[in-house]
Design a protein around this ligand. Sequence first.
Ligand code: ADP
Length: 494
Amino acid sequence: MAEAKPKKNPFQQEYGHFIGGEWVASESGETFEAINPATGEVLARVQAGNDRDVDRAVKAAQEAFATWGRTPAAEREQILLEIANRLEKRKEQFALMETLGNGKPIREPLFFDIPFCVDHYRYFAATTRMLNGETIPVGDDVVLIYHEPLGVVGQIIPWNAPLAMVALKLAPALAAGNTVVLKPAEQACLSVLEFVKEISDLVPRGVINVVTGFGPTAGAPLARHPGVNKVAFTGETVTGRLIIQYTSENIVPVTLELGGKSPFIVFPDCDLDQTIEGLALNLCVQAGQMCAQGSRVFVHEDIYDTFVEKAVDRARRIRIGDPTDPQTELGPLVSQEQLEKVLNYIEIGQQEGAKLLCGGGRPQGEQFAKGFYVEPTLFGEVKNSMRIAQEEIFGPVLGILRWRDYDRLIEEANDVIYGLAAGIWTSNLKLAHETARRLQAGMVWINRYYNFKSGAPIGGYKKSGFGREAALETVKYHYSQTKSVVLAFGEPHH
Ligand code: ADP
């Protein structure tokens, strides 16, 4: 029943940076290889950008801003709608590119990432018409409030969901009338480059620029470039801290979406089968390399044993393998580095005394030999103080914790440095709502995990960052600046 697997490499042999509407080589001439994480095969060569490439891109974006910043909202709306249409039309091809470039099972981009992106561009097309200001009469005087674009926005994104990350960044930036210099992650940038190629004729030259390369050599110069008026970053908390330092040099606003260690809270009255499916999703989506992964699974002691039994049974049935196969649920991790990090945490969990319930290593077999695969792994009897409960693992590894007292549960759920997301599973919606309000998390999903919606703000509390994406406030407050104009119609004060 599996469809024939496409074998052809859909990528060009080499990609340039995209600067000022042209595909150009790095000034240094340096390139690096983009690797398929399922096979280790080289997919293409991409440019290793440096500060000179970033400088060219920022200048192109500055030039383009002079006119793009003044385009009527209706024009930007149409462009965003057309971006959505183009992506939708070539959905299968883009899904394949996403899978080859980052290893995620093709069912994810096909049914989740790309529909999300398409909807996202449409949502932000609509926001172009909502950037109205306000009029405040004060006596005889009148205050006019405008939301104006910021200028050049530098955007640095990770590898775990390249096209969705582009959508989260690009859509609000364009909607508000900014120009963009985007630095995709070095581990997975091919789908991003192909996407930009697809839409490049829709916007004037220099409105969208892409510089590929590594964090310290291409990302840092972008974040600290004096011509950049705002930085948006998604990635690790440690890198986020550096980004704040860089942007402090030029005093520009920054939005950060960082790490997480989100609670996934199971009440005894939950629909157990649905909750177990939610758990499987939590293990599988992007092989667990999701900042919002519900990696601490709090299960009420009344159902703990049954839950664990069902969870292990489901985890053992997860179909792991070739990500281009539509049946595959769990693909490889993105890189050797990520593989080593995850295996190391599995080791740490065992040393800390957590009970390894299933998985725990690399799957056996020829088909897995060259890919960065890890088995779906569950730990039981995890304590919230353990490192595997406090630190972000970023793999198909979940820790199950036993809870009894509700107040203590809330305390423990909040007892991490992060505050990105949370999941709640119960048929008691009053209880779910109370719990949602007591959790320190920017996103709470009740009875369905990863239930992202355009319009529902994405972002974190605490060390998971600040600023919100995916919502009207994004375009109004994070991609625009506010100006008040006061008209004196009344008599002078003196
Ligand atoms: P991840 O674990 O998701 O790779 P990172 O924070 O390392 O998280 O990377 C996210 C993005 O940040 C990538 O595009 C990466 O190249 C970039 N990056 C990494 N280090 C830096 C840095 N020092 N300055 C700017 N960007 C960086």
